[in-house]
Design a protein around this ligand. Structure first.
Ligand code: SAH
Length: 367
């Protein structure tokens, strides 16, 4: 495997380049390009052509390499399939929105959580990602924004067409961030420090690892927390999310509301809408019946939270179906009637398999 220069310290970078017969100042030039997310040395325009070629032969810039890039038909979402040094694959997604450019990053290669509706977990957990591997995902997005060839992309509703910075980060890609808490914290600290991304523009999403949530509270940064709840009773939640056998809903919500209260933040509750198909071909709501809407309301009444209702993105290997629009609105209406803040998440990049782990899974299938 070629050495990854992004992982080098400044001293190591100087040594590497002087060994190639280069003056010291080259290290500074290369570092600047690395920090901008240059995918190869050829793009480092102020280096001599010979050196660029030599470097491309003996080294790699980032610890991730883009092996596939998909654009949604509206041009607003770009999904990257990335390969790591050990050939594991991860995904990240760049979403251009009215409020800025948001990047969804992965925290692990694969996932051990076993949620029944999710593609990321189908091949199990491979390993945790390093801080640099997580950080490189936002560099990939940043590079894409700065080198955007789609000049005819629609101007943003807020007219901010020139904004080519990553402004928001959601740690909602493949993996469970709170099984890799220290590296996720290291990544967030770095994104805040080096890229200037505010704490409040960063969201960690968890299936509910209670000790990890407590660690985040201890750490004390006012980021946003999202809990993947998906069911309001332990009975149902344990059926679709095995982690619920370990940490029950009450414990998870207590820890999560402690976190958000400590920072005076609104807790985000994620709730995928799931239905199942019966043998006779009819569709039956699973977690989004009116009864469950009432139960969810009981759980959250009076709390500082927002329920994000998420249409399920179909995964071939999974036996769920999406409920009808009517059922979704009925469910939402009950929450609203009970005073629960709620919104239906706009589907982004649906045409490019943007739901967790789909691209990685599909690529593994054809391999
Ligand atoms: N492990 C973390 C973060 C990764 S999953 C967590 O559980 O929160 C990010 C979000 O996508 C979670 O809410 C997850 O439940 C949801 N998700 C997974 N598969 C999905 C699918 N097929 N369609 C829609 N949302 C999905």
């Amino acid at each position: 495997m070629k050495p990854v220069l992004f992982d080098f310290s400044d001293a190591q970078l100087v040594e590497f380049l002087t060994q190639m017969g280069q003056p010291k100042f080259r290290a500074k030039q290369v570092r600047e390009w690395l920090n901008r997310g240059a995918p190869n040395f050829q793009s480092m325009k102020n280096l001599p052509e010979m050196l660029r070629r030599d470097l491309d032969r003996v080294a790699q810039t980032l610890p991730v390499r883009v092996i596939k890039k998909l654009e949604s038909s509206d041009g607003q979402t770009t999904k990257f399939l990335l390969e790591l040094g050990d050939c594991e694959q991860i995904e990240c997604v760049l979403m251009r929105t009215s409020y800025g450019n948001s990047v969804c990053v992965s925290s692990q290669a694969g996932c051990a959580m076993g949620c029944k509706f999710c593609a990321s977990t189908l091949l199990g957990l491979k390993r945790n990602l390093t801080v640099n591997e997580i950080y490189s995902q936002i560099l990939v997005a940043q590079w894409e924004l700065r080198n955007d060839k789609f000049a005819d992309r629609p101007i943003r509703p807020n007219g901010d067409a020139n904004n080519d910075d990553v402004s928001h980060i959601v740690i909602m890609g493949t993996g469970e961030p709170l099984q890799n808490t220290q590296n996720v914290i290291g990544f967030i600290e770095r994104a805040n420090h080096d890229m200037g991304i505010g704490w409040r523009k960063i969201t960690v999403s968890t299936c509910g690892i209670v000790p990890g949530i407590r660690d985040l509270t201890q750490w004390g940064r006012p980021i946003n927390l999202a809990i993947s709840l998906h069911a309001p009773t332990d009975d149902l939640r344990s059926r679709i999310m095995p982690i619920n056998n370990k940490y029950k809903i009450r414990e998870v919500l207590d820890a999560a509301f402690d976190f958000s209260a400590a920072h005076n933040r609104q807790l985000m509750i994620e709730y995928i809408l799931l239905a199942v198909r019966n043998e006779n071909g009819t569709t039956e709501l699973l977690n989004c019946t009116p009864e469950y809407a009432e139960k969810l309301s009981e759980l959250l009444r009076g709390k500082n939270c927002m329920v994000n209702l998420i249409p399920w993105n179909a995964v071939d290997e999974r036996d769920f179906v999406s409920p009808s629009g009517n059922a979704v609105h009925r469910f939402q209406d009950i929450l609203i009637k009970n005073g629960i803040h709620t919104r239906i998440r706009r589907e982004r990049g649906n045409d490019i398999g943007s739901a967790c782990g789909q691209l990685r899974l599909n690529n593994a299938k054809v391999k």
